[in-house]
Design a binder for this molecule. Structure first.
Ligand code: MD3
Ligand code: FE
Length: 204
């Protein structure tokens, strides 16, 4: 069982600081990125500043026509790489420690932020079953992560996420608006001038 600080966080948000510091996690991510390179996805509102790829049987993709989960990488038409064991084990353990012992992710989205990149306030609602949580792993440069409520108007607050931090969003937190403020310049000893965020989802 991991110890974590839950003070101040809304119901359903479980923060597990520093539980993803094993360098094997980065090595596993590098194998995925080698097979399915990070790329700029286009949204109906324009190109994203974050570069993305996926592993698992489904991957989140976006183009000018909209967002969806897809079984193949649109760049190569090949299936996304499988979720490496080191990542699957981490996701299952973190979900279990947050009260979700039956979490079987089929989609793993990898986001790469370089300084200046950000992600606007949004909801994750392309997944089939909102009873399933999302497990988020932050690596590399720190980020200021914004959490709001179930509507865009709701008051927001920020938490600072650092290398190795995991957040599980389940239950009432699953539909909360969230975003990432512009990443500040910096250097991380393992990842250099970048932040990787890995989200595990049950999409299908
Ligand atoms: C809260 N990524 O990829 S992960 C995303 O740091 C995304 O790259 C951010 O938002 C990042 O969609 C934040 C944390 C996260 C993910 C899903 C959530 C927070 C969430 C779903 C519901 C509520
Ligand atoms: Fe999101």
């Amino acid at each position: 069982m991991n110890l974590f600080a839950t003070a101040q966080l809304p119901p359903g948000v479980v923060l597990q600081r520093g539980v993803a510091r094993d360098p094997a996690i980065i090595a596993a991510l590098e194998t995925v990125i080698a097979a399915a390179p990070l790329r700029t996805m286009i949204t109906p509102r324009g190109p994203m500043s974050v570069r993305m790829t996926n592993c698992g049987s489904l991957g989140w993709v976006s183009d000018a026509s909209g967002y969806r989960y897809a079984p193949a990488d649109p760049a190569t038409k090949l299936p996304w790489p499988p979720i490496p064991d080191a990542l699957a084990t981490l996701a299952r353990r973190c979900a279990e420690d947050a009260g979700f012992p039956e979490f079987y992710p089929d989609a793993c989205l990898i986001n790469q932020y370089t300084p200046g990149a950000q992600m606007g306030l949004h909801q994750d609602r392309d997944e089939r079953d909102f009873a399933q949580p999302i497990v988020s792993v932050s690596l590399g440069l720190p980020a200021r992560f914004t959490i709001g409520g179930e509507t865009r108007k709701h008051a927001t607050f920020d938490i600072e996420l650092e290398h190795g931090d995991v957040v599980v969003f389940g239950g009432p937190a699953r539909r909360m608006y969230h975003g990432v403020k512009r990443i500040a310049p910096g250097h991380h000893p393992l990842l250099g001038a970048r932040r990787l965020n890995v989200t595990f989802r049950r999409a299908g």
